[in-house]
Design a protein around this ligand. Structure first.
Ligand code: SF4
Length: 341
């Protein structure tokens, strides 16, 4: 490691000692405590695509309901999916269970402690394996999330745009990993990205490595990482049906595979590229359907416009659920139910 890199590591670790975020899945630096791999893994899975404030209540709920990986492995699928509702990316919840069961059954309820073995667990990707190996087991793994990519792009003023620049940013981050405090190093970089080297308005005046940051020297650090022009997100259309029977609402369970697979849901049409021409004809049962407006929802790969229809009536093969219990629905259906009720 060259002199500048050594200096950068030393300063950033010293900054982390004083400024580490207090998070319920962490062990503070120099506390002599080691973070619980189950909690690190759970938090990392939850934090992919969502923020710390949004994920934290879910993390606390999960660890209250299932304090160990064995407890989670023994949980019913439906219970876990319901507890996950609102975090989105439901395939992740299914993978979470697969992984917990593999740890319980094949590893005696103890997470393996190397990046390679962690990667071999079902549903545990390279990023999560690196994060658990570094944070829970202090292994010199290269943990590169969006925060770390941004910090690398700025420190080294990387002109290549994302996503093509990812391998270069990963290589730059790898060159800074060392056997010395690798867990703290991973968290120091994440924390710098989350609290100081922020996406839109970096707080360079508070940054411990500002004088060696090339993007700052260039005068417009917020323009890094460079991005390729984005393709517009495609739009899909559908209709959702809110059938009530007194205080109850008719729900269905979505098929196990695919978007929102296995989740409780309102009955809907398929989501197609054209608006639904005759939503009443497409309704799951005959009833005096009345329009209740439209809602918009954005998924990773498309935006959805859902017409919402409501009626009072009867139906077979549905799951009648009290209005007060609709809180566990995925956000898109919760929005539709709110529009109708
Ligand atoms: Fe980020 Fe500014 Fe620090 Fe550079 S100086 S790493 S842009 S906060």
């Amino acid at each position: 490691m060259d002199k500048t890199s050594t200096d950068l590591r030393r300063r950033l670790l010293a900054w982390y000692d004083d400024n580490a975020r207090t998070l319920p899945w962490r062990a503070p630096p120099h506390s002599g405590l080691r973070a619980d791999p189950y909690r690190v893994w759970l938090s990392e899975v939850m934090l992919q695509q969502t923020t710390v404030p949004h994920a934290t209540p879910y993390f606390l709920k999960f660890t209250r309901l299932w304090p160990t990986v064995r407890d989670l492995a023994a949980a019913e699928d439906g219970e876990v999916m319901a507890a996950w509702a609102g975090l989105g990316y439901y395939a992740r919840a299914r993978n979470l269970l697969k992984c917990a069961r593999a740890v319980a059954q094949d590893h005696g309820g103890v997470f393996p402690d190397t990046e390679e073995e962690l990667r071999a667990l079902p549903g545990l990707g390279p990023y999560t394996a690196a994060a658990v190996a570094a944070i829970a087991f202090d292994r010199p793994a290269n943990v590169v999330d969006g925060n770390v990519e941004r910090v690398m792009a700025r420190l080294y003023a990387v002109e290549a745009p994302l996503p093509g620049a990812k391998p270069e940013l990963t290589r730059l981050a790898a060159a800074l990993v060392s056997e010395m405090r690798p867990g703290d190093w991973a968290q120091a970089l994440m924390d710098l990205g989350a609290t100081v080297c922020r996406p839109k308005s970096p707080l360079c005046e508070r940054c411990p490595v500002a004088d060696i940051c090339l993007a700052r020297a260039g005068g417009s650090p917020e323009t890094y990482p460079r991005k390729s022009a984005k393709a517009a997100r495609p739009r899909r259309h559908g209709a959702a049906y809110v059938l009530t029977r007194g205080d109850e609402v008719a729900l269905v369970r979505r098929p196990p595979k695919g978007l929102l697979g296995g989740m409780l849901a309102l009955p809907t049409t398929d989501w197609s590229h054209e608006p639904i021409a005759d939503a009443i004809a497409a309704a799951p049962v005959q009833a005096p359907w009345r329009p209740a407006g439209e809602i918009e929802h954005v998924f990773t790969h498309f935006a959805l416009t859902l017409q919402v229809w409501r009626a009072e009536g009867e139906a077979d093969g549905v799951i009648w659920t009290r209005r007060a219990d609709l809180g566990g629905l995925p956000s898109v259906f919760l929005k539709a139910a709110k529009a109708a009720l």
